[in-house]
Design a protein around this ligand. Structure first.
Ligand code: NAD
Ligand code: GLY
Length: 362
């Protein structure tokens, strides 16, 4: 098992990464002094992992209140969030009752937001069970829900007390979901870690085959990168925005296609290709590196062509991005592999060229 720390002074917390951690009560018990916890999960994850977690907790006298939500990005909304509050209130959960998120990023984001707002804040624990959630969404405290007009538009920064990434849970993940997580892994290499990008080029097949050592390495290195960025800029006043490489385009794809039609990681993949293409058109990223990036996403089995929403629709949806300042879209772009920058200085004609060249026509 590897242990990392997200360094946020008195709100610092550990990330545990390893195999069979769901059975390791000693990692959770320090955070459950009142012997009661609400576990939020969904209809897919509950039959797989709720009983093992319950057994671990019960063996140490911790009473679990299960809250099982419908599965899917289309349920990451105010209505489903209400189901969490309903259950917490009907079980008379108190300020000292922690909420445990057991699932992927959708469950983690919603549970975190419920934890931030129920009784104005209760303790929060992340047990991510998708690759995407283990490398990205469970770390850093971004929580929230979607709005019909825009992705993740309602939310709060609210840090967990501990993140428990049990790599064994990835064995039941579909290949498509595994690949979606790899999109966020590649992101870290692109924005700030050239040697990790090179490692991914050498080890992509091992990752796709779920080689345990390769997964452990990729998750740890991703979390190291994320923890450093979050510790430096928790509230996204600067560097943290770089973690959104490909997301301005990606969120437009998710909202435009209808939540759940494209997986988040798939939309980020196609969006990152657009960001690389735009960086190349600006004369920053070489053609060779742009092709190299596309090649790695293709080898990961991820989409490199965005869906046919039409240029005007893309522009309208991207105008709702959280990075927009004074009505101006700010893009995360690449100077080279391993070096990202944020820029609001993109000629509209170049943006249009990128959207046309990298999306399907239909
Ligand atoms: P997800 O939560 O929808 O999970 C993907 C699918 O896998 C779901 O059907 C889920 O039920 C299933 N699943 C989960 N664990 C499983 C397991 N071990 N075995 C079998 N099936 C399993 O999607 P995701 O990719 O984990 O997360 C995407 C969400 O995360 C998006 O809403 C995105 O906006 C959010 N996100 C948040 C942050 C952040 O910083 N908070 C960062 C990145 C993404
Ligand atoms: N996933 C982007 C962030 O955490 O900032």
């Amino acid at each position: 098992m590897q242990t990392l720390t997200v360094g946020l002074a008195e709100r610092s917390y550990p990330i545990y990464i390893g195999s069979d951690l769901l059975g390791c009560a000693e990692l959770l018990l320090p955070h459950l002094p009142h012997k009661r916890a609400a576990v939020v999960t969904n209809t897919t994850v509950a039959p797989l992992y709720l009983d093992p977690l319950r057994a671990t907790l019960q063996a140490h006298g911790v009473n679990m209140i299960p809250i099982i939500l419908p599965d899917g990005e289309q349920h990451k909304n105010a209505e489903t969030l209400g189901l969490i509050y309903d259950a917490l209130l009907s079980h008379r959960c108190e300020r000292n009752t922690p909420l445990i998120a057991l699932g992927g990023g959708v469950i983690g984001d919603m549970t975190g937001y419920a934890a931030a707002t129920y009784l104005r804040g209760v303790p929060f624990i992340q047990i991510p069970t998708t690759l995407l959630a283990q490398v990205d969404s469970s770390v850093g405290g971004k929580t929230g829900i979607n709005h019909p007009l825009g992705k993740n538009m309602i939310g709060a920064f609210y840090q967990p007390q501990v993140v428990l990434a049990d790599i064994t849970t990835l064995n039941t993940l579909s290949d498509q979901e595994l690949r979606a997580g790899i999109a966020e892994v590649i992101k870290y290499g692109l924005i700030r870690d050239l040697s990790f990008f090179e490692w991914l080029e050498q080890n992509m097949e091992k990752l796709l085959a779920r080689d345990a050592d390769a997964l452990q390495y990729a998750i740890t290195r991703s979390c190291q990168n994320k923890a450093e960025v979050v510790a430096a800029d928790e509230r996204e006043n600067g560097e943290r925005a770089l973690l959104n490489l490909g997301h301005t385009f990606g969120h437009a794809i998710e909202t435009g296609m209808g939540y759940g039609a494209w997986l988040h990681g798939e939309a980020v993949a196609a969006g990152t290709i657009m960001a690389a293409d735009l960086s190349c058109r600006l004369g920053w990223l070489s053609k060779e590196d742009t092709d190299r990036i596309r090649g790695l996403f293709e080898r990961a089995g991820l989409p490199v062509i965005a869906p046919a929403l039409g240029v005007e629709k893309y522009l309208q949806l991207m105008g709702l991005d959280k990075k927009v300042v004074g009505g101006k879209i700010r893009f995360v772009l690449l100077k080279s592999i391993g070096c990202a920058v944020i820029s609001g200085d993109v000629q509209p004609e170049l943006l249009r060229q990128t959207l046309v060249a990298n999306s399907a026509h239909g």
